[in-house]
Structure formats: structure tokens, C-alpha cells
Ligand binder design. Structure first.
Ligand code: TYM
Length: 332
């Protein structure tokens, strides 16, 4: 079986709809067919401003959301990154074969530091992509299902794997990104030229999976739409409406073409009212299930501990190989 691996950061009090449609949903579909590894990249969460009082809680929330969305901890390896120290250890080794210029070209780092300036960023944020490469390479992953925004990090990961293999001998599987085109990027509801994110400018731009479904409905209804009246998928001319169609199609399985014909001659308002209902029907059970799981944190922690044990078996074997290839003195 091929191995897939992916994760979503615990940097907010909930995953958002973009995380679900662009990533988590595909993981659930893939776990039956692949040997799957899903983890919560909490070491990545501390590369940006964070509050220690929130981190553990947010990590448990994401864990509960994975399970509520359909990740099965019996089928898949499911754990928290900081519980497996090999991630940080391999990241260091990879840092030492990554060019400074190469890391400087990562657009996410550039985007994140555009406003505040690179001087206010941490070395951790700069090294974020090599930690991500370590996450992937430790498990000899074949496929990495992610949204479009992670494509460049996957390219770097492939380059580092090939570079390491060439320099030190075959060690890593060179992974491939699997990006589902139609849903790879869900946009901000208030600013459809930006991706929906945990840190968007307006809270109304994102649907948080754990918020009151009434608020989610309101956000859909107040989404920015475009000039004109026609409901048509045209991301260049109609980014707002196109985004709503993508969300609609992703949550219902109806094709965009089908939706366009359903809404021919109707107004934006009709689309929004119907989509609001679709979103409410989707988030309500997911939220209820997440809250149920959150009510028993000891059980979540137990599942995560089992997952970390399974993860370490794989990760420690890879790291031992890496250290050996690099020529470190073995520790007795
Ligand atoms: P993160 O936590 O930002 O997002 C988790 C997943 O959600 C996808 N995503 C989106 N997809 C569609 N539309 C959007 N608006 C949207 N926003 C986010 C992301 O592409 C991602 O797949 N660096 C990663 C976390 C990570 C990781 C890894 C992923 C760390 N190590 C190893 C895969 C493998 C990140 O920041 O994702």
C-alpha cells in the first residue's frame, strides 16, 4: 500500500471550511485505500504568535475535528507532532542541506512577513518548510494531499529528498503532492481574491467549523458577490459567486454545471439562501460530534498516545538511517 500523510495546524479555535474542503475531506476519502498518517503540526503552530494557554486546547480541538470529520484512529496513524521528537531532529538535518536563498524564496514566508517585515519574523517561521519536509520524509510518504497553498513546500520537500539521496545514498521516498483541483483553494467570503484562512482580515470571511451554525449561515448570506446578476462559474470575472459555487459543489457533490443550470435566471440571493442551508446541514453534525469528543479529553489523549507510539516506530527507523548515512558517531 502506498502511504499518504497530511496535517492541519492548531493555530485557531477551529479548523475552517477551506481546511475541510481543500484537505481533510480528501484525507477521509483516501484512508481506506492507503496506509495513512495524519498528524497535528503543533510545532508549526508556534512559528507565529501564540498563547501557551491555548495551545493544548487547540491541539485537542483539531484532533477532535479530524475524528469528527471521519479520520479513524484505528485505520490511520493519528498523532501530535511534538509527541514525536524525530520531527525536530530530522528538520535540523534538512536545514543543513537547504540553501539560505532557497528557503528565502518560499512565498508563504514572504507573504507572512510582507506587512510586518522579515525582521519581526522568527527563525522558526523561516525554517517552517524544512520542518514540513521532515514531517513528510520521516514516514517515507508517497502522497501528500494538501491545498494549493502548500504546493511550493511540497516542491521543496521533493528537492530535499532527492538532494539527500544523491549526496548520502538512497534514504527517502520522493513524495508527490495530491491537490484536488476543483477544491484546492476556497476563498475568503469577504475578499474573494485571498484564500480563506485562520487569520483573514475580517472574521466574516471564514466559516469556522466549530462556531454556531447560525453565524455560519449569516456569513454565507453576507458574502461579497460580484457586479452583474448571472450565476456562472467564472473565477476571473466573478470570484465571489464562483467561490460560493465551489463550496456548494464540494458539500453536495453536485457538479458546477448542474448548479449553473439549477440557478439559471435566479438571483445571487437565492444561491446564498440555499448554500447557507447546505452549510448549516454540514456544520451542525460535525460540530455536535466534535463537542462530544471534546467532552472526554482523556480519551482523545489516549488515542493520540497510541498514535504517537505507532508514529515513533516508523520515524525512529528513518532517523537512525539518516544519522547513519550522515556519518554521526552512533550512540551506544
Ligand atoms: P494549514 O494548517 O494552513 O492548512 C491545512 C490544510 O488545509 C488546506 N487549506 C486550504 N485548502 C483550500 N482552501 C483554503 N482556503 C485552504 N486553507 C488551508 C492547506 O492547503 C492544508 O492542506 N504547512 C501545512 C501544515 C503541515 C503539513 C505538513 C501538511 C505541516 N506539515 C506535512 C502536509 C504535510 C499548513 O500550514 O496547513
Amino acid at each position: 500500500k502506498k502511504r499518504i500523510l497530511s496535517g492541519a495546524k492548531p493555530t485557531a479555535d477551529s479548523l475552517h471550511l477551506g481546511n475541510y474542503i481543500g484537505a481533510v475531506r480528501n484525507w477521509v476519502d483516501m484512508q481506506a485505500q492507503y496506509d495513512a498518517v495524519f498528524f497535528i503540526p503543533d510545532l508549526h503552530a508556534v512559528t507565529v504568535d501564540f498563547d501557551p494557554a491555548d495551545l493544548a486546547k487547540r491541539t485537542r480541538i483539531v484532533a477532535a475535528q479530524y475524528i469528527a470529520a471521519g479520520i479513524d484512529p484505528d485505520k490511520s496513524i493519528f498523532f501530535v507532532q511534538s509527541h514525536v521528537p524525530e520531527h525536530a531532529q530530522l528538520a535540523w538535518a534538512l536545514n543543513c542541506i537547504t540553501g539560505f536563498g532557497e528557503a528565502s524564496r518560499m512565498t508563504q514566508f514572504k507573504d507572512k512577513t510582507q506587512k510586518s517585515g522579515a525582521d519581526s519574523a522568527t527563525l522558526g517561521l523561516f525554517a517552517y518548510p524544512t520542518l514540513m519536509a521532515a514531517d513528510i520524509l520521516l514516514y517515507q510518504s508517497d502522497l501528500v494531499p494538501v491545498g494549493e497553498d502548500q504546493r511550493q513546500h511540497l516542491e521543496l520537500t521533493r528537492n530535499l529528498a532527492q538532494r539527500f539521496n544523491t549526496r548520502f545514498g538512497e534514504t527517502f521516498t520522493v513524495p508527490e503532492a495530491t491537490i484536488v483541483k476543483e477544491s484546492a483553494k476556497i476563498y475568503d467570503l469577504q475578499n474573494p481574491s485571498a484564500k480563506m484562512s485562520k487569520t483573514g482580515e475580517s472574521p466574516n470571511g471564514a466559516i469556522q467549523l466549530l462556531e454556531d451554525p447560525k453565524i455560519a449561515a449569516k456569513r454565507i448570506k453576507s458574502a461579497v458577490t460580484d457586479a452583474g446578476t448571472e450565476i456562472r462559474f467564472d473565477p476571473a470575472e466573478k470570484p465571489g459567486v464562483s467561490n460560493l459555487l465551489t463550496i456548494f459543489s464540494s458539500l453536495t457533490g453536485k457538479s458546477i454545471a448542474e448548479l449553473e443550470s439549477d440557478y439559471a435566471g435566479k438571483m445571487y440571493g437565492h444561491l446564498k439562501v440555499d448554500l447557507a442551508e447546505v452549510v448549516v446541514d454540514f456544520v451542525t453534525p460535525l460540530r455536535d460530534r466534535t463537542n462530544e469528543l471534546m467532552a472526554d479529553p482523556a480519551e482523545l489523549d489516549r488515542l493520540l498516545a497510541i498514535g504517537a507510539g505507532r508514529a515513533r516506530d516508523i520515524a525512529s527507523a528513518t532517523l537512525a538511517k539518516v544519522y547513519d548515512r550522515m556519518g554521526f558517531l552512533p550512540s551506544l
